[in-house]
Design a protein around this ligand. Structure first.
Ligand code: HEC
Ligand code: HEC
Length: 440
C-alpha cells in the first residue's frame, strides 16, 4: 500500500477515493509528490458559542488577519513594506511586473490583479487561460513539451507559445475568486472528508492529496483551483507567480520553457537569475488573500429563502454545501507550516461548495498531472463555490456558460439525478431557485 494511503487510513480517514501522487520521471511531477504523513487537523469546536460568522464584504477591508495598514493611496513602490499590513500586501498583489523584475519570458499577465479583480482586488474575472494536450496510444493523457498550460504572452516575439495542432484535448479555465480564501485554507482535512463520507454514493466527491510545498511537500487535501491542485495559499501563490507571471521563487525555482525550448537565464531571453523573487512576495500574496473578507450576500427576501429550500430539496446542496466551519484557532495546518489564527479560526462561512472533485460530465480531459494515479481527475472538476455568483457573467470552469440556466443544464454525470429533479420543478419553483442564486 502506498504510504500516504496507509497513513490516511491509520488516522481513521477512509482511503476510498483518495488519489495518491503520480510517479513520472519529470521534475515538476517529482516536486509534486506529497511525502510524509497526512496531519490530523482538529475540526472546529463543537461548542456553538465559540463559533462566529466570517466577516463579509466587497470593501478592500481586512478580516482581521493582518492590520489594515497605512492608507492604500499613500503606498508606492518606494515605501511599500511587504508583510506589514493588508494594504501593503494588496499593493504587492496589484503590482505590475516587467522584465527587469523577472516577468516571463513566457507569461499570461503582469499582475495578480489583472485576473483577480472583480469587484475588488482578489475577486474573480473573465480572464481565461488555455490548457491543452492529447491522448497517447494507451489512452493516457500526454502533454506537449512545456506542459498543458499554454502561456499566451512572452517578452520576445519569437517565443510566444502556440498550441500544437495534434493537441486536441483543450479547454479554457477561467480565473476564480480568492476573496475569503483564508477561511477555505483553515478548514480541517477531516471536515472535508466528513462531508464526502456523508454524501449519497451516487454523487460522492473525490478528495485528493497534494503536497504543501512550503512544508517539504507534506500531504494535505487539495481545495484550491478547478482541480483542487493545491491545499495552501502559499503553494498556490508560488505556482501562480511562476505559471501566470513567469517569476521564479524558492518554491518554484525553475523557469518555464517556451513549448520545450529553454528560455531561462543564460538563454538571452531572461535577464534575471533564479530565483527571481526571494519568496517574500509569495507570502505577501498568501497573507493578502488570508486577510480578505468572504464575499457578501445580496438581499435575502422571502422568495430567496423559498428558493434556497427548493435548492436543498432537489439536492443541489449535496455538493454546493452552504456552510462550512474552520478549525479552531491554534490548529496547525498546511503540514505544520501555518497555525490557524483567531481571525480565521472557529468561523462559519457560506461558500456553497464541498471543495471536492466531481464528474458532472464537464471534465476538461486534463488531469492534475499526467500518469495513471491522477488519471481520474481528467473528468473531474471541483464543485464551483457559488458565493459571489451574482458578480459573474461567465460560468463553469471554461467560462462558456453565459447564464445560470445554461450552467445548470450542463450538470449531468454525478449530478444527473439532481438536475432531473430540478427540471421537474414547476416554472414558478425554478424561478425561485434562480432568484436564490441571484442572491449569492
Ligand atoms: C492570467 C491570469 C491570472 C493571473 C495573472 C493570476 N491568476 Fe490566479 N487564477 C487564474 C486562473 C485561471 C485560476 C484557476 C486556475 C485553475 O484552477 O486551473 C486561478 C486561481 C487562483 C487561485 C485559486 C483560487 C480558488 O479558486 O481556489 C489562487 C489562490 C490564485 N489564483 C492566486 C493568484 C496569485 C497570488 C496570483 C499572482 C501571483 C495570481 N493568482 C495570478 C488566473 C490568474
Ligand atoms: C454532484 C455535485 C453537484 C450537484 C448535485 C450540483 N452541482 Fe452545480 N456544480 C458542480 C460542479 C462540479 C460545478 C463546476 C463544473 C464546471 O465548472 O465544469 C458546478 C457548477 C455550478 C454552477 C456554475 C458556477 C460557476 O461559478 O461557474 C452553478 C450555477 C451550479 N453549479 C448550480 C447548481 C444547481 C442549481 C444545482 C442543483 C440543480 C447543482 N448545481 C447541483 C457540482 C454539482
Amino acid at each position: 500500500m502506498k504510504p500516504w494511503v496507509r497513513l490516511a487510513t491509520a488516522a481513521g480517514i477512509a482511503s476510498t477515493a483518495l488519489v495518491g501522487p503520480g510517479s513520472t520521471a519529470d521534475d515538476r511531477a517529482r516536486r509534486f509528490q506529497p511525502s510524509g504523513q497526512i496531519q490530523v487537523e482538529s475540526a472546529a469546536d463543537s461548542r456553538r458559542d465559540f463559533l462566529s460568522a466570517a466577516p463579509t464584504g466587497f470593501d478592500n477591508r481586512t478580516n482581521g488577519f493582518d492590520p489594515q495598514g497605512p492608507e492604500f493611496d499613500t503606498i508606492d513602490e518606494d515605501n511599500v513594506e511587504p508583510l506589514r499590513s493588508f494594504n501593503d500586501n494588496r499593493f504587492v498583489f496589484e503590482e505590475v511586473e516587467s522584465a527587469v523584475d523577472g516577468l516571463g519570458p513566457t507569461f499570461n499577465a503582469q499582475s495578480c490583479r489583472e485576473c483577480h479583480q472583480n469587484v475588488v482586488t482578489g475577486g474573480a474575472s473573465q480572464v481565461a487561460e488555455h490548457r491543452t494536450g492529447r491522448l497517447d496510444a494507451s489512452g493516457g493523457f500526454f502533454e506537449s513539451l512545456g506542459g498543458s498550460l499554454i502561456h499566451s504572452r512572452a517578452t520576445h516575439q519569437n517565443i510566444v507559445e502556440r498550441v500544437a495542432f495534434e493537441d486536441d484535448v483543450r479547454t479554457f479555465r477561467i480565473s476564480t475568486n480568492t476573496l475569503g480564501a483564508g477561511f477555505i485554507e483553515s478548514v480541517a482535512n477531516e471536515t472535508l472528508l466528513a462531508i464526502r463520507d456523508a454524501q449519497p454514493e451516487a454523487l460522492r466527491g473525490t478528495a485528493i492529496m497534494v503536497p504543501v510545498l512550503e512544508a517539504a511537500s507534506a500531504p494535505r487535501l487539495g481545495r484550491f483551483g478547478w482541480k483542487n491542485q493545491h491545499a495552501s495559499l502559499e503553494s498556490f501563490a508560488a505556482d501562480a507567480y511562476l505559471n501566470e507571471m513567469g517569476i521564479t521563487t524558492p518554491l518554484f525555482p525553475d523557469e518555464n520553457t517556451s513549448a520545450g525550448k529553454f528560455v531561462g537565464y543564460g538563454s538571452g531571453y531572461d535577464r534575471v537569475p533564479d530565483p527571481e523573487d526571494d519568496g517574500v512576495d509569495v507570502v505577501a500574496f498568501a497573507n493578502f488573500m488570508r486577510s480578505t473578507k468572504a464575499p457578501s450576500r445580496g438581499r435575502v427576501t422571502g422568495e430567496v429563502v423559498a428558493g434556497e429550500e427548493l435548492f436543498n430539496q432537489v439536492g443541489c446542496n449535496s455538493c454546493h454545501v452552504a456552510t462550512l466551519r474552520t478549525a479552531r484557532p491554534g490548529t496547525r495546518i498546511n503540514g505544520g507550516a501555518f497555525t490557524v489564527p483567531a481571525a480565521l479560526g472557529n468561523k462559519l462561512f457560506h461558500p456553497y461548495s464541498d471543495f471536492l472533485l466531481h464528474d458532472i460530465g464537464t471534465g476538461d480531459g486534463i488531469p492534475l498531472l499526467p500518469g495513471p494515479e491522477y488519471a481520474g481527475t481528467a473528468r473531474q472538476i471541483r464543485t464551483a463555490p457559488l458565493w459571489a455568483l451574482r458578480t459573474r457573467n461567465r460560468l463553469m470552469h471554461d467560462g462558456l456558460s453565459f447564464s445560470k440556466q445554461e450552467a445548470i443544464a450542463r450538470h449531468v454525470g454525478q449530478a444527473a439525478q439532481v438536475r432531473d429533479r430540478y427540471d421537474a420543478l414547476a416554472d414558478e419553483q425554478r424561478r425561485l431557485v434562480l432568484l436564490f442564486l441571484d442572491s449569492l
